[in-house]
Design a protein around this ligand. Structure first.
Ligand code: SF4
Ligand code: SF4
Length: 302
């Protein structure tokens, strides 16, 4: 089959299959080339991703990618970030908006986060959940990335017996690994399941040789955390930090620069000129478990 310009249209590759294949190869390329740095690795975007529920496999394939809009968006977010970093820390309020209509479930963000933060087995900061909605034959599958919500009223902070978990003036909920005693009260208190316990596992622990990359230090909270038995963050609670160490270096969180769907927007919620504020003004905004009063600073567009 050919399109109106005479190009061959390949079928039948399902939309998800196509995107997963694309994502996998792009993520591998991204990691290899150090694409988690300031410069985005990908210059394409879906200009018109179909709204959730619209079934247009061939259309979606044809629309991907079409122009440099994705890169433009990252540039804009970087400018927003620069403006925010020019302000005193207490005048910033970091937040995230995730457009569920754009999330394609590729999990590039999950992988990028794992690589950026050197996360061991059993520790995931940004899983992508899946949900099925509707009744057959009107069924939809939706993907929901779930980082820490950096709640305004975080139950995890209230229960920590040694005050290792605290809220920073810029809104980020942080963990002081040197204080954390690993009691896991915060894991139980978090209604979003956003925390993991680092039990000290290594991916290659059951092989003859522990691969050296596993002991390379994580850079969380602007410090170096070599991975050695008996030392933090082994034995601590862990969670998404909005990539605080990258923000301090003037870089966007790894999940934002790697999101293939262009689904993740991040910035200073106090800045009326920021893109994140523009997204907040869109229709279909929601937060998870709003009724609990935790006031998440991660919003979703549905
Ligand atoms: S999502 Fe969970 S871990 Fe994150 S701030 Fe809220 S209660 Fe704490
Ligand atoms: S949020 Fe972005 S990177 Fe993460 S799964 Fe969705 S589309 Fe992929």
């Amino acid at each position: 089959m050919v399109d109106k310009e005479g190009r061959e249209i390949r079928e039948p590759v399902s939309r998800r299959e196509f995107l997963v294949k694309t994502a996998t190869s792009m993520v591998l390329g991204a990691v290899t080339l150090g694409a988690l740095s300031r410069t985005p690795a990908y210059a394409g975007d879906t200009a018109a991703v179909p709204a959730a529920g619209s079934d247009s496999r061939a259309t979606a394939v044809k629309e991907w990618p079409v122009n440099g809009d994705w890169e433009n968006r990252i540039r804009r977010l970087e400018q927003d970030l620069e403006r925010a970093l020019g302000k005193p820390v207490e005048q910033r309020k970091w937040g995230m908006v995730i457009d569920l209509r754009r999330c394609v479930g590729c999990r590039a963000c999950t992988v990028a986060c794992k690589a950026e933060n050197h996360l061991p087995p059993g520790v995931v900061y940004r899983p992508v959940m899946e949900e099925e909605r509707g009744t057959y034959p009107e069924v939809q599958r939706r993907f929901l990335p779930r980082p820490c919500m950096h709640c305004e009223k975080p139950p995890c902070v209230a229960v920590c017996p040694v005050k290792a978990t605290y809220k920073r003036p810029d809104g980020i909920v942080a963990i002081d690994y040197n204080r954390c005693i690993g009691c896991r009260y915060c894991l139980a208190a978090c209604p979003y399941g956003a925390r993991s316990f680092d039990s000290g596992r290594f991916y290659t622990q059951d092989t003859p040789l522990l691969e050296p990359y596993e002991s390379e230090p994580a850079l969380e909270y602007g410090k170096q955390w070599p991975r050695q038995k008996g030392r933090s963050p082994i034995g601590n609670a862990r969670k998404c930090t909005f990539c605080l160490h990258r923000l301090q270096a003037g870089q966007l969180p790894a999940c934002v620069t790697t999101c293939l769907g262009g689904a993740t927007c991040f910035g200073d919620l106090n800045d009326p000129r920021s893109m994140v504020r523009e997204w907040l003004a869109r229709e279909g905004l929601m937060r998870l478990k709003e009724e609990l009063g935790t006031e998440p600073q991660v919003y979703y567009l549905t």
